[in-house]
Design a protein. Structure first.
Length: 342
């Protein structure tokens, strides 16, 4: 018996690395030292910082992977993986520098895994960060055949004096919302349960909701990456007091994470229309409104806090980039709550 007969195909692993090499190297920034295949990735710190601070973040994609694996659509979850990490790092005012991935699978399928890495590379290019390296683990008997899991790790950089910590936020600041592209990568255990109990499959088309796409294709729409428009805002003359990435826990959990002590956010619930997919999930699954807001982003993917006097200028800058941003609410005195959602 050899390793291949035990379930691990070393040659397939080597072929997989060769297949993705060129795609990965296209994400490299000038600071990358060396190429793909070493024991570690090397990255020189960018110049121009007085007190550079490294900001790190790690995340996965969750049970959204179950839908990707059932539908055979593997080329979007890599974008999700990058987005979940770089959007988090961004909230500190940091520019993402490099990204590493970890893929664990029962049996290596080079075509599917190459699609995953293609998505990761696309996400890195959208975020302007290098895909510095990664690990692919073939684990027969631990993962069933056709199953895989993803994890990602991102490092960014910021000037220490410009780090956002909540200390800059003031009562009266305006919360500006940037739209989500859909479900992003949160709440999929509930999504899967709603679809299952409704007797639907991921290949179904639902009139008035999915259009030409299947239900699976609709919910697999990748997470929006906000790096470039936010970096443009940070490089402008505008004052940015805080930022929040609206992930698991929705607005009620994530908006307070950007606030200082004794502050809350009063949201104008009439300032945006909840996208049809969320309305459909609430109606089909009989999900209470409070539970929807606690689980999903409800159409709000990222929030920026700015002084009221600069809100119009910030909105104009986003609109010039083709982003339909809007005034979501304002910071008020309080106990870390999000008011006005219900």
């Amino acid at each position: 018996m050899d390793y291949r007969e035990a379930g691990v195909d070393i040659e397939a692993g080597r072929a997989f690395v060769d297949r993705i090499r060129d795609r990965v190297q296209r994400t490299f920034r000038p600071e990358v030292l060396g190429g793909l295949g070493g024991f570690g990735g090397c990255f020189a710190l960018p110049t121009g910082y007085q007190e550079p601070v490294l900001v790190s973040g790690t995340d996965g994609v969750g049970t959204k992977l179950e839908i990707a694996q059932k539908t055979g659509q593997h080329n979007t979850v890599g974008i999700d993986l990058v987005a979940m990490c770089v959007n988090d790092v961004l909230t500190s005012g940091a520019e993402p520098l490099f990204f590493l991935d970890y893929i664990a699978t029962g049996k290596l399928r080079p075509e599917a895994m190459a699609d995953v890495v293609e998505g990761i590379a696309i996400g890195c290019e959208q975020a302007g960060c290098a895909l510095l390296g990664g690990e692919t683990a073939e684990m027969p008997g631990f993962y069933s055949e056709g199953k895989y899991d993803l994890a990602g790790f991102c490092v960014g950089i910021a000037e220490r004096s410009r780090l956002l910590s909540g200390a800059q936020v003031q009562v009266g600041d305006v919360a500006i919302a940037l739209p989500s592209s859909g479900l992003h990568s949160n709440g999929f255990s509930l999504v899967r349960k709603v679809v299952e109990q409704a007797g639907l499959t991921w290949g179904d088309r639902i009139e008035g909701l999915t259009g030409d796409r299947t239900l699976g294709e609709l919910v697999l729409t990748p997470t929006q990456i906000y790096v470039q428009p936010i970096l443009n805002l940070l490089k402008s003359d505008l004052s940015i007091h805080g930022m929040a990435h609206i992930t698991g826990g929705g607005l009620p959990e994530n908006l307070p994470r950007t606030l200082g002590p004794n502050q809350s956010v009063a949201v104008d619930r009439n300032s945006w229309q909840i996208p049809p997919l969320f309305q459909w999930l609430a109606q089909t699954g009989d999900v209470p409104t409070a539970a929807m807001f606690d689980t999903f982003n409800m159409g709000v993917g990222f929030v920026v806090l700015v002084p009221a006097a600069e809100a119009a200028a910030a909105l104009t800058q986003f609109n010039q980039l083709g982003i339909v941003a809007w005034q979501l609410g304002e910071v008020v005195a309080g106990d870390g709550e999000v008011l006005g959602l219900l």
